[in-house]
Design a protein around this ligand. Sequence first.
Ligand SMILES: Cc1cc2nc3c(=O)[nH]c(=O)nc-3n(C[C@H](O)[C@H](O)[C@H](O)COP(=O)(O)OP(=O)(O)OC[C@H]3O[C@@H](n4cnc5c(N)ncnc54)[C@H](O)[C@@H]3O)c2cc1C
Length: 457
Amino acid sequence: MTTHTFDVVVLGGGSGGYAAALRASELGKSVALVEKDKVGGTCLHRGCIPTKALLHAAEVAEHVRDAASVGVTATLDGIDPAGVRAYREGIVAKKFKGLEGLVKARGITTVAGFGRLNADRSISVGDDVYVGADVVLATGSYSRSLPGLEIGGRILTSEQALALDVIPERVLVLGGGVIGVEFASVWRSFGSEVTIVEALPHLVPNEDIAMSKGLERAFRRRGIQYSLGVRFQTASQDENSVTVTLEDGKEFTADYLLVAVGRGPVTADLGFEEAGVKLDRGFVTVDQDLRTGVPGVWAVGDIVPGLQLAHRGFQQGIAVAERIAGLSPVNVPDSQIPKVTYSSPEVASVGVTEDAAVTEHGADAVASYEYNLAGNGKSEIIGTSGLVKVVRLKDGPVIGVHLLGDRVGELITEGQLAVAWEAHPEDIAPLIHAHPTQSEALGEAFLALAGKPLHAL
Ligand SMILES: Cc1cc2nc3c(=O)[nH]c(=O)nc-3n(C[C@H](O)[C@H](O)[C@H](O)COP(=O)(O)OP(=O)(O)OC[C@H]3O[C@@H](n4cnc5c(N)ncnc54)[C@H](O)[C@@H]3O)c2cc1C
């Protein structure tokens, strides 16, 4: 057994873990980063980046399909799965190389192997022991399934769906949250017959109801089918197809079933509880500064209850490294973190929904405004419909911004600034949005809420 001593030992090299490692080394700490697979984690290798590459390929297919509508002569001859794979893998490989170079350049010691937390807070990797004055747990998440629904064969998680080398003729998606909706969007653009099964009454059920309804309308127009409000009961498969039965007896049959019902924390059998780290339904219990109850042991990313997003992991990793170095970074509540669903159309939001605002503050204290993208020149040009919705407290700040439409994910940063800086629409109304941009739609909503609508009533 060899013992290695560092200022900081990080377990898990995904978004949360590598951000903690990078920032800690920048602040002069010696850092070991333990990773059993590849630095970059879920987001880079199986999540954000490869799925957004797929969605871009899907967007290109749609543009070619619709080219005649803008006077361009082109025909979509088909989708080449091997070509899409090469493009997607090329992007991931480039980003991975860049990240590996950065980690090396910062002088971080990468330890390849499976790590376990010991009772004395050290981390074992094989016969080696890594001792850190501080330890950051960042082991991430895995695709969940439902009781009685076994993954395998034609029943896929997002990992297997990404690796699929065929375009399914018919595909079922169990779960109408972010991951399910994004894959449904890709497959439809590639020509599949797609049906989404969601137990709750709406697609993207965590979003403002106006966005869910708008996405449902847009998906219906695209020919994406969905069943809402009825729970899954069973699934069976043979060598040709898979059949899903719902609790009301309805059946759906397709070539494949994607199970996208959420992600669970990777915290079992890693020695966490034996070392005194408290878990709640598998998630690590932390205080507002991301400290576990064990002195010097911190947790970041998807194992911490809340939004499971890469940029939240980055932010938490940075904050923990800074606290370890004696700095006092601000806490960023989940309500200030932007969320984007990158389907066509996209859904983007920050802050609270109108329903949540009314529940918290009462209907009389809340005002909202919806601006339809039909009135926005740039949206008309790129051929997207959609909606901007801003929620404010009456005579008070903006507390929620909700967007629907192609490319609106790029606009959410303005909403985030408004919500996090507690701006009043009156503060933003004099700030001019470039014409013609989609951001003007947001400007119109702020103008209207400030009592001076321009291109609206
Ligand atoms: C299909 C899909 C699409 C997504 N799209 C987006 C998106 O567009 N935007 C967004 O913000 N988020 C997206 N996410 C979510 C995002 O990927 C996660 O929020 C993010 O990766 C969480 O980072 P993390 O560091 O907590 O965990 P992870 O990225 O899961 O990293 C954990 C790392 O720890 C390693 N590890 C685990 N246990 C051990 C051990 N015992 N020893 C050594 N190493 C270990 C793992 O190998 C892994 O590399 C997506 C996720 C999926 C699945």
